[in-house]
Design a protein around this ligand. Structure first.
Ligand code: M6R
Length: 615
């Protein structure tokens, strides 16, 4: 994780780097630092805390001048978050400085080796080891910085996106990546370096995304040169035009990104099916599916891999694929799948779901499946991300940038894409009649306006939130399509409000969790009218008889649950399979309001980061 930003050009680097770090803070926010070359020397300022703490630290300790510089916002892996462990790290001579996102796994052995040759270390980080390794190679081999970085990286095991700077060569910066993302913005006589393009979108729309195992030497006044780290071969730079704009990454009047993103869902879901769901023609058009139809139709099974919220979207997809297209589906945590020697054949289709497109475990699962000959399809939000590039084909969710660490619109748009795929396959396989297919297209098209209507429950949910903000535990129950929504609701609450919450299939309650229920236990029950309704109502009765507090999500007009529950939140009626797109909305709002009332940092919850690029 961690966010990195660099600038080299003729503008003042400080404001670009600070603003850029603020935009990348979603990647990690336990400490921050900056190095600026002021024309004579390299000035480093760093501190535990957020980018705002770094600003105060620079104000007190150093200057803000310089046209070259780099900054870092950290999510600690090696070494606790403190001033010393913050990046940038300087080499022993003080000539070189580095910022790093990733983990150097063999840092301990390298550190011992360097220590035996007289190097000393101030921090506990793997990064300080790397910069001294680079310095050591540079001196020993008498090579330029670029070569030294290359040789050093060939000795390293792990993952990295780095920017390295030599104060004696102020017009040059060396960057490299393996497993962690890195983009270069190409301006006129200036370059921007960043973990994603958000820090430089107001300066240039032209960007190069470094591929794994590539490095680049960026020199002012020269064209960027990209090389393979392993064999030094030159790579043709591919310059992409960026599609995002500044407005998309700002809060737009909302108090938090999470709230903005919750409210963006009608638009995001529409954008997801726009141009794909053609109701008048009664077709679904998705190039990635169309071009690989045989692979999907001949598949013995679909394996879905993902983490966190994306894994929950995968669980919803399991129900939808099996119901609509009658294809067996297995949903796996990417982190488990990659390490358990799974049976994968050429007749498997693996669907990898990831908002960021950078999740290390999901990427590793993809590589494993590819090595066994499976066809790999990606469902990502971030265009041009590692997973989007690593998969054989895919479909973007088009949710727009999601900045709040808690996923909201990513979840609903992932479900939308997966639903489109399932419907397309159902038609191709003939497992859904053409009238049912048309009906589903129509119903899916109605979802955004239903979400819009549903968002009006906000104030009501806020009132409910007031009653439960001091809870210490919470249960979420759902069945069928809404069992994954229960898991997702619980994840949302725990990650942003730090209230312990668990999701269960409603019927599982009797097999253990029911023991937890007493008059202080809020139980959120998802009970739409379609899909095991009576069974869920019985579960609600069971909770009530044990004095649990019931917050029920029901279809509008429901009366049976209203009589038993402490609170009801109504959702518009829909096809059963599409209900997760609705039931999840009040749960997002509930978590949001509880977290705000508990004074939690909703967009940047403790210990988390948006993009988990370490395993
Ligand atoms: O970018 P990805 O979708 O691959 O991320 C997966 C998880 O890290 C992510 O969904 C995480 O669980 C969210 N914080 C949940 O809100």
């Amino acid at each position: 994780m961690c966010g990195i930003v660099g600038y080299i050009g003729s503008r003042e680097a400080y404001p670009i780097i600070i603003e850029g770090l603020k935009r990348l803070e979603y990647r990690g926010y336990d400490s921050a630092g900056i190095a600026l070359f002021d024309g004579k020397d390299l000035k480093i300022a760093k501190t535990k805390g957020k980018v705002s703490d770094l600003e105060a630290c620079v104000e007190k300790e150093t200057s803000k001048t310089g046209n070259v510089g780099m900054g870092h916002t950290r999510w600690a892996t090696h070494g606790v978050p403190n001033d010393v462990n913050s990046h940038p790290h300087a080499s022993n001579s003080g000539d070189l400085a580095i910022i790093h996102n990733g983990i150097i796994e063999n840092y301990d052995a390298l550190k011992k080796e360097l220590t035996s040759r007289g190097y000393t270390f101030k921090s506990d980080t793997d990064t300080e080891v790397l910069i001294n390794l680079i310095e050591d190679v540079k001196k020993k081999e008498n090579v330029k910085l670029g070569k030294a970085v290359q040789i050093a990286l060939n000795q390293v095991i792990g993952a990295y996106a780095i920017a390295v700077y030599d104060k004696n060569k102020p017009e040059e910066v060396v960057i490299a990546r393996l497993g962690s993302p890195l983009a270069v913005g190409i301006g006129e006589d200036e370059f921007f370096i960043a973990s994603d393009a958000s820090p430089f979108i107001e300066y240039t729309k032209n960007a190069i995304y470094l591929e794994d195992e590539e490095m680049a030497i960026i020199r002012l006044g020269k064209a960027i040169k990209i090389r393979k780290i392993k064999d030094d071969s030159l790579v043709d730079p591919y310059i992409q035009e960026l599609q995002i704009n500044l407005e998309q990454i700002e809060k737009g009047g909302y108090d938090h990104f999470m709230l903005k993103e919750i409210h963006e869902q009608p638009r995001a879901i529409r954008d997801t099916y726009r141009g794909r769901l053609l109701r008048d023609e009664a077709i679904i058009k998705m190039a990635g599916v169309e071009d690989n139809m045989k692979k999907f139709l001949n598949a013995d099974r679909i394996i879905i891999v993902a983490c966190g919220t994306s894994w929950h979207a995968g669980l919803v997809a399991e129900y939808i694929f099996e119901e609509f297209a009658r294809i067996p589906v297995e949903v796996e945590y990417a982190s488990e799948f990659r390490y358990r020697n799974p049976i994968i054949t050429e007749k498997d289709v693996l669907i990898a779901i990831s908002q960021s497109g950078e999740t290390a475990d999901t990427l590793a699962a993809i590589k494993l499946a590819k090595s066994k000959g499976a066809f790999v399809f990606g469902v990502c939000n971030v265009v041009g991300s590692s997973i989007a590039r690593e998969t054989h084909a895919g479909a973007y969710t088009h949710a727009g940038p999601e900045i709040g660490v808690a996923s909201t619109k990513a979840f609903t748009t992932q479900i939308t894409v997966l639903t489109l795929i399932a419907l397309r396959l159902a038609r191709a396989k003939g497992t859904m009649s053409s009238s049912d297919f048309r009906l589903h297209l129509h119903e899916l098209e109605l979802i955004p306006q239903k979400v819009e209507q549903l968002l009006q429950v906000d104030q009501h949910v806020k009132e409910i939130a007031k009653e439960y903000l001091l809870s210490t535990n919470c249960l979420y129950l759902g069945r069928g399509y809404n069992f994954p929504v229960a898991l997702e609701g619980a994840l949302k609450l725990k990650e942003i409000s730090y209230i312990h919450a668990e999701g269960y299939p409603a019927a599982e309650m009797k097999h253990g969790p029911i023991a937890l229920i007493d008059d202080r236990m809020p139980v959120i029950v998802i009970a739409p009218s379609k899909g095991h309704y009576e069974k869920v109502v019985s579960n609600i009765q069971e909770i009530k008889s044990r004095k649990g507090k019931i917050i029920a999500v029901v279809t509008e007009g429901d009366t049976a649950v209203r009589d038993i529950a402490d609170h009801v939140i109504e959702i518009p009626d829909s096809e059963e399979a599409f209900s997760p797109l609705l039931t999840t909305i009040p749960l997002q709002l509930l978590s949001y309001h509880i977290a705000v009332m508990r004074n939690c940092n909703v967009d940047q919850p403790r210990n988390l980061a948006k993009s988990v690029t370490v395993e």
